[in-house]
Design a protein around this ligand. Structure first.
Ligand code: ZN
Length: 364
């Protein structure tokens, strides 16, 4: 055996792996979008499995409340105020010195995702909002790369590996004479839920084990993809409600056949092209950023949002707007929401910070 691979012996023994599979992992690059509850578990396991290059992008710093579920981090990281991507890189260097990690501290958006995704073979989702998921899905479909969706909030989690319909020549479209392409993320979720209707972890919490289950499922699917075991890749949408002891697998194979998906059917990449999603504009001289969600089908339900935000601070609501003040590690922010989905985040001139505050308190 290649002596560098000795550490992977228990994995090499597995069916569909062998030294050839290990070599494939060694030659692969995985892009981790976000390094929170899902991303930190996924980064840890992919590093241990011997994926040769991990690109980890995250805009955030580690907070004490992250430690309950974000397994790569510890109290020292909180005290030192280290960004998650950088801390992950440090930890992984001690876990597996044979692999390379690129840490990027930035907000992922349509202007930078293609550049950061560079030579990535698979995109792994550790994101906290729908908009960036559509963006990642656009990139995956456009460039013919697998995207492994995952999400966890409360005691619920979902996951699905997207093998996009590409040129017809992608490895998963021609594997042993079969086409293993799947529906894309946008086939499954046509529209993002209106702001305030899909609560974030910061608002309703998240159970560590459900996040770890989803992340490990994502890792297993990623390992199957990277080793070329496309016949083994899950073809169902996984849904876990661990507090109710419900584990469901939804059949979604037929979704592509009947879908009129703008992304994988019509090859329109609205999120990647910057035509859809929120646009952020810094409001001159006001220390505030305006966020506008262009693809907002329904209005925002300010009343239900008031109930939720009210638990965290004072909320003023009238028929024109809702306003609340939140205290975050980055400072004090005033969020003003309008029924059409527009929002103004006061207390920063940085669109990335404003988007983060919005995602955290208003929801994806
Ligand atoms: Zn699609």
């Amino acid at each position: 055996m290649n002596h560098e691979f000795a550490r992977y012996h228990r994995q090499i023994l597995l069916p569909g792996f062998g030294e050839e599979g290990q070599q494939r992992l060694h030659d692969s690059t995985v892009l981790l979008l976000g390094c929170g509850a899902l991303g930190s578990v996924a980064a840890d396991m992919l590093a241990r499995a011997g994926v040769g290059h991990l690109i980890i992008i995250d805009r955030d710093y580690i907070e004490l409340t992250n430690l309950q579920r974000q397994v790569l981090f510890d109290e020292r990281d909180v005290a030192d105020g280290i960004p998650k991507a950088a801390a992950a890189k440090n930890k992984i260097a001690a876990i597996n010195s044979q692999i390379r990690v690129t840490a990027i501290v930035d907000d992922i958006n349509h202007t930078n995702i293609e550049r950061y995704a560079g030579g990535a073979d698979v995109l792994v989702d550790g994101l906290d909002n729908f908009e960036t998921r559509y963006l990642a899905n656009d990139l995956a479909v456009k460039t013919g790369r697998p995207y492994v969706y995952g999400a966890a909030v409360g005691t619920t989690g979902m996951a699905f590996p997207v093998l996009p319909h590409a040129s017809g020549n992608a490895a998963w479209e021609t594997s042993a004479g079969r086409n293993y392409a799947t529906p894309c993320f946008r086939c499954l979720f046509e529209e993002a839920p209106p702001p305030g209707t899909s609560p974030s972890c910061d608002m309703i919490g998240v159970l560590g084990p459900v996040a770890a289950m989803i992340a490990n499922f994502q890792v297993a699917e990623t390992l199957k993809i990277l080793t070329g075991n496309f016949d083994r890749v899950s073809r169902t949408l996984l849904n876990i409600e661990i507090w109710a002891n419900e584990i469901r697998q939804f059949k979604v194979d037929n979704v592509y056949d009947t879908s009129d998906c703008p992304c994988c059917r019509h090859r329109r990449f609205d999120y990647l092209d910057g035509k859809a999603g929120s646009s952020a504009a810094t409001l001159c001289g006001r220390d505030a950023v305006q966020l506008r969600h262009r693809q907002q089908a329904d209005g925002v339900d300010l009343e239900s949002l008031e109930k939720r935000l009210g638990k965290h601070g004072e909320v003023v609501v009238n028929e024109f707007m809702l306003r609340t003040r939140v205290t975050d590690r980055n400072g004090v922010f005033e969020i003003t929401l309008f029924p059409d989905g527009r929002a103004i985040v006061k207390g920063t001139g940085d669109p990335a910070v404003a988007r983060g505050i919005y995602a955290k308190y208003v929801g994806a």
